[in-house]
Design a protein around this ligand. Sequence first.
Ligand code: NDP
Length: 818
Amino acid sequence: MSVMDIFETMDYGPAPEGASPALAWLKEHQPFNLFINNQWVQPASGQYLDSVNPANGKVLTQVASANSADVDAAVAAASAAFEKWGKTPGHVRARYLYALARQIQKHSRLLAVLEALDNGKSIRETRDIDIPLVARHFYYHAGWAQLMASELPGYQPLGVVGQIIPWNFPLLMLAWKIAPAIAMGNTVVLKPARYTPLTALKFAEIVQESGLPPGVINILTGEASQVGEALVRHPGIKKIAFTGSTDVGRSIRRATAGSGKKLSLELGGKSPFIVFDDADLDSVVEGVVDAIWFNQGQVCCAGSRLLVQENIADRLLSKLLIRMERLRVGDPLDKAIDIGAIVSSTQLQEIQRLVARGVEEGAQVWQPSWACPTDGYFFPPTLFTNVSPASTIAQVEIFGPVLVAMTFRTPAEAVELANNTRYGLAASVWSDNINLALDIAPKIKAGSVWVNCTNLFDASSGFGGYRESGFGREGGKEGLYEYVRHAWEAQLASPSGYTPTGRAANGASSSSFTDSLLAGIDDELDGLSAPETIELPAIDRTSKLFIAGKQARPDSGYSRTVYDPAGQALGEVGDGNRKDLRNAVEAAHKASGWATGTTHNRAQILYYMAENLSVREDEFARRIVQQTGRSHVDAMSEVQTAISRLFSYAAWTDKFEGGVHRPPLRGVVLAMPEAIGVIGIACPDDYPLLGFISLVAPAIAMGNTIVVIPSQIAPLSATDSYQVFETSDLPAGVVNIVTGERDALSQVLAEHDDVDAMWYFGTAEGSKRVELASVGNMKRTWVNYGRTRNWLDSVQGEGQEFLRAATQVKNIWVPYGE
Ligand code: NDP
């Protein structure tokens, strides 16, 4: 072969990385036991599982198969360790995280080789991407451990955290989970994926070397049915952090419902890769290679849907086919290959099944002319054209090196196609027109948007999904909140205040005020001056529902009587049902322009609401007195706090700003808190006005539109506020109010696929039902587990906790430079 030939073909020989040190390390340790309390412990079952190299199907080693007894032991170790670790000064924790980062760097090549052997991903990627990002994650979070006391004042760790990770980025997912958890003072029990336990076991050794206190990090290998499920259900665990499939995420949501465990889920995706006709097509081709052939396409945020502007589609696709022909599939330890092995035969078969389905559905399939190696689990880079947007391959996560291409004509059509998925993890936008790219980015429902780049990750920038891609963020300051809680939450009152009193209409029992409120009622009534009671308005009208800016009769044609604490009828409200909620959700969707209007305008309307409420404060106070029997003075203070709260959220509207992250990149990452969409809100019974305003105001301040179920037993403060809304220029449909039985209505909203989040402040049982019902579209939930907070208190009743619940962070990556 002449130099000229070589220049033409750009062919090159293999560049193998030696596996001997990694194989020797495996041999020395095998079989691997469980890592509990910094000790290697034999599994209770006495059983071990094979770990297989997917590039050749050979067994690499055996790892312990843990069961629920081991989970008990690990949780006990982590609980004991938490007593001290949770109180360890941030600086000390920072030093441990720093030590872990240093050790990871020192063992980086061994880790890179082990990862390639165990997972089948190329050494080029494990060496240059996975392992450096792992170290960076520990360094970055060492910083947050150091700064926790000053930057998260009033917050404390949760306790023992259960973490379940997938096989596609084994050590990186471990780092994403463990680093923030221990930085914030939690202790951890982590389960690696069945297919890829090895780097986690090497990491365990690093934990020992770094001298972390025993029990802070515990690692249990084994199977989902034995370890994963036991972790999820374990009562000693305060939070579950999971990355994996949407189906398993859903089952974890069900299993933890009502338990009070915090939950973050990073699930699947079907991310769009949008190419406008002014994009640099050669860069786009390399972008596509990264988007879908990186890690064999086994990436939750893989750009698996190529959306190309119609007039450049042929040109781009022909360039892409040429590039595909040049890609190399083969031995992951060869530094010159582009695509390694699929993680397992099961995953390979699933990819083959879905590709066959694409062909059956009439799409045109393109693959390179060369053949893949046959001694392992390999699959060639694959492209589908002539794909219909509703077809299986355009909708289902294939989780392999398979790209589907579709075309669009206008930017609006691109956005529509991009959002035509149940997922919302990431998106890539390619255009040389920055105005266009930055106009499109906020319109795409996804947690990360990459402009003229793709698959960039960094510890500084939160990662996570919208919609059925899950909730919660990993990385960035936003990710820390997944691992902390307010110190006052530990002292929250139990739900005992919610005892049915039978004061609601239609024979329905209802929740009541808190014990503390009830205790004072008789005294307060005695203390009321006679004129105050006589002047109360007569029962003269039935409040209707409030939907699309209009008062609407309930579909049921029934009303509910509202009683005072002495059992006297005060008035009537509509008894809302499923149909009313459907109309309300529809109205809320129609009002979605509220999110795209200016924050200044939203702030003005909230101030205006405060002004209009203040004009009628006496009337509102009297209504509270009627419904609760509390003193007028007390009621006035509730109204005034509600007015102040409207001021607070008017102020926050243009001040809850997000941030600009500083990853190691020539560029910026804009972290934008965005409205979630339509939020269903079930209000607490105590503080009929303040509970209502405290939830409505932050939700609409952040641009959401809402469907609110007011207090079941004291709904009149909410229904009286229709006029406040009407006179405050609040656009129709932004706030919709449906009165009725709180738990029945909440259930409907929590199940509704067009509701994006559900907030519920009621009973423990109702909270559980909301969490269970939310799995349909994996909506975000915020529930109180029947615990009452003090709504009058500005720490518990308002602030950033509410704003975070009302938003989801989108990270927009914008590289710069020529
Ligand atoms: P899973 O979601 O099944 O597994 C992810 C992790 O969860 C693993 O550690 C697994 O354990 C564990 N797990 C599984 N079931 C349960 C359960 N009921 N309770 C607790 N833990 C559980 O992903 P798969 O490995 O089966 O992959 C299937 C599909 O999931 C892929 O084809 C892909 O579409 C998607 N996926 C998405 C990922 C992402 O990053 N978003 C990552 C991986 C997969 P074990 O390994 O022992 O089964």
